[in-house]
Design a protein around this ligand. Structure first.
Ligand SMILES: Nc1ncnc2c1ncn2[C@@H]1O[C@H](COP(=O)(O)OP(=O)(O)OP(=O)(O)O)[C@@H](O)[C@H]1O
Ligand SMILES: [Mg+2]
Length: 288
């Protein structure tokens, strides 16, 4: 196999508290290649921190350590802030849940995409504009010339998210980290946005880290799934093998999913066992 884009070994993220420390991520190892890797787990399991740690954008007070944390062979832990600025956007970009926080409200959408492009390509303005319009078209915005001139508040949530995808993809990154990119959208718009994202990353061979609460969504959309619980990866499994998951936590997550053929009151709540915190981890269905 080619060298993975991301290779993380024994990543830990700790918050130092006045009374005691809190271990939010407790020694996880994973790789991401040019594939779609879903990260699922309940709230607080450490998904977002894991994603942000790859860009070294964890909140103040978070202490990151790892045996190694590499991006295409570069040691991210040893990288300077200057190196990280080059990596962010250029090589790894991030799509967040709400475009409101990522788009500049005072700048026309088109100019933001142009700027994202010119940050990484020395191109004359006309060429950059043509690229931006083509990118808006690629995310299936029907009237790119009109949308180019709009301000972020003038577009719907679904369109805003497609604009974000356009902006994040225009520098042609190797990896995209998408943290709940569609959870603010309604179901039909969500499907549309995911289809566009899927098509673009697949065609370009971009790696995707897709963070979500939604096991069903991740199972159908991703190639591989990492299941997190309390700061650990419990299971690392090909998406199409998910029904054969070995870890009791994954099994209980699957059992707690709403099913069309089951009455709502039969829904199970995922079980949790303190022993999992130090217990076995399954990779591809076998104990690792
Ligand atoms: N700035 C912070 N200070 C202290 N603890 C934090 C901070 N940020 C996150 N945490 C803790 O780290 C843990 C993991 O947070 P993280 O945001 O990665 O969870 P998550 O899996 O993304 O959850 P969600 O699904 O709700 O987004 C949580 O228990 C959270 O309380
Ligand atoms: Mg999160």
């Amino acid at each position: 196999m080619d060298e993975p884009l991301i290779d993380v070994k024994d990543l830990k993220i700790r918050f130092r508290g006045a009374k005691r420390d809190f271990d939010a991520v407790r020694g996880i190892s994973f790789t991401i290649g040019r594939e779609k890797v879903g990260i699922v787990g309940e709230s607080g399991s450490g998904k977002s921190l894991t994603g942000r740690s790859l860009l070294k954008l964890t909140p103040k007070g978070a202490h990151i350590s790892a045996t190694h944390m590499r991006f295409k062979g570069t040691d991210l832990l040893a990288a300077s802030e200057r190196d990280m600025r080059k990596i962010r956007g250029n090589h790894i970009s991030m799509i967040l849940q709400d475009p409101k926080y990522s788009l500049n409200p005072l700048m026309r959408i088109g100019n933001q995409i142009v700027e994202a492009y010119r940050l990484h390509h020395k191109a004359p303005p006309a060429e950059a504009k043509a690229k931006a319009l083509a990118m808006l078209e690629a995310v299936q915005i029907r009237d790119p010339e009109r949308v180019f001139k709009l301000f972020p508040h003038e577009v719907s949530g679904g369109m805003g998210q497609r604009v974000m995808i356009a902006m994040m993809l225009i520098p042609e990154p190797d990896l995209i980290i998408a943290d709940e990119p569609t959870s603010a959208l309604d179901v039909t718009v969500r499907r549309q946005v995911l289809t566009i994202l899927d098509e673009l990353v697949t065609r370009r061979g971009t790696g995707l880290m897709f963070i979500s609460h939604d096991l069903n969504l991740v199972a159908s959309f991703c190639d591989r799934v990492l299941v997190m619980y309390a700061g650990r990866i419990m299971e690392d499994i090909p998406a199409n093998q998910l029904h054969n998951a070995r870890h009791p936590y994954t099994q209980s997550l699957l059992e707690s999913l709403p099913r069309l053929d089951a009455a709502v009151d039969e829904l199970k709540v995922p079980v949790r066992d303190p022993e999992w915190l130090d217990g076995p981890v399954y990779r591809n269905g076998v104990l690792a």
